[in-house]
Ligand binder design. Structure first.
Ligand code: CP3
Length: 340
């Protein structure tokens, strides 16, 4: 068992810098496309054997130091009693967005083992196959709420902010319900065998610090403090576009702070104190010629040298257009430069 990733999460000294990539199981791999060609995205998410297969693909192909279970952050939202569709080229759609009290009241807080047995089965299958640690995950309540309120992806988040500013009680009622669901969901993943948990706060960078402190952070803190009561596995909190929020995100209670590429990792390390950090190569750097790609990797490794644990990653998900060979070159370079 290669435990380097978990050691780095716990801030222990490691023989080399572990690396994995957000969205490493996905469309840039022809092997993923081959599986996905046979089933829809939601069918794939609900099939433990196929989820296991596509989760393992990047471990074998790229030689990364951790696997992330294949699923989506929106799967538990469907289990809360919401219609969820994935449209080719447009992403997720909730045809009945939540805008009023009735919408919030109609949401269920499901038993995750009963409502999403396929996720727990995927975790159990993966643990039997993997020789690297397995990461489970969820969305953070604020990020999940944006999808439910907007009815899908958004650029300005008008409806979300409108509810937050003009109907704060409704907003907080919705967030409380999403938080309860997410909390139970992550605890169930830990029981099933996940060895670390990542909370994706993909859209939190649209919030001013004071709004983040009032409308997003408390719910992440609550999930992590609930987790601490039942498990000691590492928690990674990825607040995308969160450079202006670091002093706040480090109070979330996570072991590891995920960093996007917009912040210099040296600056982040100076500000996060005794947290381990994960990141933060610009995903577009994977399109560079090898020498330029390697120079950027080297710079991040050097600048993160003072951290109390560094897990190399991209600053956001790998892009579908990425040549797999480039991702493999990057993993090899991280390992070589850090002494494996
Ligand atoms: O490899 C992995 O990281 C594991 C699987 C994973 C997926 N989605 C698979 C997926 C994970 C961890 C996610 C998280 C996720 N999903 C996030 C947070 C991370 C981030 O990127 O900020 C978000 C915001 C979503 C919501 C979502 N799912 C969107 C917006 C889309 C469509 C746009 C896009 O990027 O494709 C999805 C679909 C999705 N989730 C795909 C995959 C592989 C593509 C679906 C396909 O095969 O057609």
């Amino acid at each position: 068992m290669n435990d380097t990733f978990l050691q780095a999460c716990r801030g222990e000294k490691t023989d080399y810098t572990p690396v994995w990539f957000m969205r490493q199981a996905g469309r840039y791999l022809p092997e993923y496309q081959a599986v996905r060609g046979k089933v829809s995205f939601l069918e794939l998410c609900k099939n433990p054997e196929l989820c296991t297969e596509v989760s393992i693909q990047p471990v074998d192909i790229l030689d990364v130091d951790a696997a992330i279970m294949f699923s989506d952050i929106l799967i538990p939202m469907e289990a809360m009693n919401l219609r969820l569709e994935f449209h080719e080229g447009r992403g997720p759609v909730f045809p009945d967005p939540i805008r009023d009290r009735q919408g919030v009241d109609d949401l269920l807080v499901p038993d995750p083992d009963e409502a999403m047995p396929f996720v727990m089965e995927t975790i159990r299958l993966l643990r039997r196959e993997l020789k690297v640690p397995l990461i489970g995950f969820s969305g953070a309540p604020f990020t999940l709420a944006t999808y439910l309120i907007e009815g899908g992806s958004s650029k300005v988040f008008l409806e979300t902010k409108r509810m937050m500013y003009q109907a704060p009680e409704l907003y907080h009622a919705l967030l409380a319900k999403i938080t309860e669901c997410t909390s139970l969901y992550l605890q169930a993943q830990a029981r099933a065998g996940a060895q670390a948990l990542q909370i994706f706060d993909s859209w939190v960078g649209i919030l001013a610090p004071d709004d983040y402190r009032r409308f997003a952070l408390p719910y992440v803190q609550s999930i992590i403090s609930d987790l601490r009561k039942v498990t000691d596995i590492p928690v990674i909190y990825f607040a995308n576009n969160g450079a202006t929020l670091i002093e706040l995100t480090k109070t979330a209670g996570a072991d590891v702070l995920g960093l996007d590429w917009r912040i210099d990792i040296k600056d982040a390390v100076a500000r996060v104190g005794d947290h381990a950090v994960q990141g933060n190569l610009d995903p577009v750097a994977l399109f560079l010629p090898q020498d330029q790609l390697e120079a950027r990797i080297k710079r991040i490794l050097d600048n993160a040298a003072g951290a109390r644990g560094h897990i190399f990653n991209l600053g956001h998900g790998i892009l579908p257009q990425t040549p797999p060979e480039q991702a493999r070159i990057a993993v090899e370079a991280v390992h070589r430069f850090s002494g494996r």
